[in-house]
Write a protein that binds this ligand. Structure first.
Ligand code: ZN
Ligand code: ZN
Ligand code: ZN
Length: 287
């Protein structure tokens, strides 16, 4: 299984649009790994996690052909993760050609919120109306905490997140490897940990919205992300050789990528960057 990080920023992207803080100024100057698009990820070229606002620019830059995507796992409907303007283009009014059905997995609450956003693009458009699912060539799979569904040959399990009501984390397994996509979370709930104890993960990608010593709502900061990773390892959920990457990174209290990577490595994890491709299980290591 190959996972490509298409974007690794929090909601504001990095640098943030009008900001001249030390992080944003460093990002403008350094470019490269310090330029972060809004978070999303691609699995094996045909499974997309979050149809965010920067998916197309990431696709252009990293050679990802979004036409090949057959499955969309939507964590939640916040605007940094869901761009209704992209999804509505599957409707015939936009003259799309060669569309194949798309399986969409999300919580019922996220589906409702996505529908509200779609209706702002086109009055009446909804993921809860059969005629619109037909028009958009979508198959919707409502998932709640603990539900699993096999999509495009991979087992997808929904894990609750206390980030926002209806937000989900996803564990994805293809039989040879498994990973957890956990942006937009606070500390994992007891129910989430109980469910994850059934997994032996090769990788986790975890929320790291705020820098060291900065606390904000609905997300993890650097220390908390390190603690959650350590907890996943000590419970045996993340394999000893399993990879841990921070993603969903804002500018707040954040050092630039190279310094942040040094900070993270001293605490047992890595910092993802846009365009990073990871093969799972990690090559050369027993699965
Ligand atoms: Zn977010
Ligand atoms: Zn800034
Ligand atoms: Zn969010």
């Amino acid at each position: 299984m190959e996972v490509t990080f298409l974007g690794t920023a929090a909601a504001t992207a990095c640098p943030m649009v009008f900001c001249s803080c030390p992080m944003c100024s460093a990002a403008w100057k350094r470019g490269g790994k310090d330029l972060r698009r809004r978070s999303s990820a691609l699995v094996d070229g045909d499974m997309l996690i979050d149809l965010g606002p920067d998916v197309m620019t990431a696709a252009f830059d990293f050679g990802a052909d979004i036409r090949q995507v057959r499955v969309l796992l939507q964590t939640h409907a916040h605007s940094d993760h869901f761009d209704a303007g992209h999804l509505i283009t599957r409707w015939s009014d936009y003259a799309p050609e060669g569309l194949r059905p798309l399986d969409l997995a999300a919580s019922p609450e996220t589906i409702r919120r996505m529908s509200e956003r779609l209706s702002m693009e086109e009055p009446g458009a909804s993921l809860e109306k059969a005629e619109w699912l037909e028009r958009l060539k979508l198959r919707v799979h409502p998932l709640r905490h603990g539900d699993s569904v096999t999509l495009s040959g991979r087992l997808v399990t929904a894990v609750e997140s206390a980030h926002d009501s209806g937000a989900l984390l996803y564990a994805v397994s293809d039989g040879a490897a498994a990973f957890l996509y956990a942006t937009d979370t606070v500390r994992l709930t007891d129910r989430a940990m109980d469910l994850l104890k059934g997994f032996r993960l090769d990788m986790v990608a975890i929320d790291h919205t705020y820098g060291p010593g900065v606390s904000g709502g609905g997300h993890l900061n650097a220390e908390q992300a390190a603690e959650e990773i350590a907890r996943l390892r000590s419970e045996g959920i993340l394999k000893p050789e399993g990879l841990a990457f921070a993603a969903h990174i804002s500018h707040e209290g954040m050092p630039p990528h190279s310094e942040l990577t040094e900070y993270a490595r001293s605490r047992g994890y890595e910092i993802a960057w846009d365009g990073l491709r990871i093969s799972l299980p990690p090559p050369g290591k027993p699965s």
